[in-house]
Write a protein of this length. Sequence first.
Length: 406
Amino acid sequence: MYDAALLYSWLEFAVRWVHVITAIAWIGSSFYFIALDLGLHRDRNLASGADGEEWQVHGGGFYHVQKYLVAPDQMPGDLIWFKWESYWTWMSGFALLVLVYYLGGELFLIDPNVLDIPVWQGVLISLASLAFGWIAYNTLCRVFVDSDPTVLMVALFGVLVAMALFYTSVFSGRAALLHLGAFTASIMTGNVFFIIMPNQRIVVADLQAGRKPDAKYGKIAKQRSTHNNYLTLPVIFLMLSNHYPLAFASDYNWLIASLVFLMGVTIRHWFNSTHARKGQPHWTWAATVILFLLIAWLSSPRAYVYGEEEAAMGPVAERYAASEGFEDVQQIVMGRCSMCHAAEPVWDGLHWPPKGVMLETPAQIAHNARAIYFQAGISHAMPPGNLTYIEPEERAQIVAWFNAAD
């Protein structure tokens, strides 16, 4: 079982790596094209018939970029499409969701102290919620198609707050914020797959057929791209939040997540206004700092006080607790790890357990068996710098215990 666990861990790492790489590519191209569109000089009568142009310098060369409001007179022969960055970001993210939260549902998806349901029910709720996200958002866009864009964004914010409340009442805190990020990211990829790309294909088909494309398709695509632009930064925060218990384990995690969306708006408003040459609204940075300080205030170490020990002991944890060598491993962990990984750490400078992981009881140790195995068994990642002087023989005991249970 050692090889299987190791391969599974590397598979998760590889998928996460792909997810980060493709997300960088998607976010980079998205931010670039929004900045380019906002910064175009549209006050020039261009012989090409383009709507606007801009000169840029990068990498030792100069670039002359022009944008056609609808389309050029003739179809270019070497047209480049930007879509796979978005598709692969979503596909790799969903694969990671399966590997971590669906297959590891007892550890990361379900918290009996929040809602005691089987993992399979949690998975179905997760899948249904992602589909609901696109349906709800797309419906809002159609209902408010002729309204002020701000009205639509306020309506969308209401949906996101409602989903934050929903997720935090169903899943563990970590899974709740991650799912809110996946919910939002699915909307963003849905914009690319269901709206932006089909509209662009209609324009291309009209050009190829010698017809003049309707300007409405480009207008709709630009609207959805703008929405994606404002949603990107909150998604990144929510994806990173699973590493910071102060965000996901707070009693007010739903409110923290909601305020993050407002920070995304204030930050992007400054950049978008600057790129559009409409001044630099520095008040947005003051608003962002205030929102961030409010989030920090809402976070609370009280989140680390779990319910009764038995409530956290599921079938998987029970198997590790009953495995040969568990009592020895329990003594090792209590002696080498629990001074930090405790509700009230005794290690100087720590005010809450690192990553929100507590290792004070048999149930907590069994529940975190896989992490203990990887962090302190087959690797020397824990304790940091081996500050508590865990012996090689003790690491071997952890490995033997984990393998015996598997």
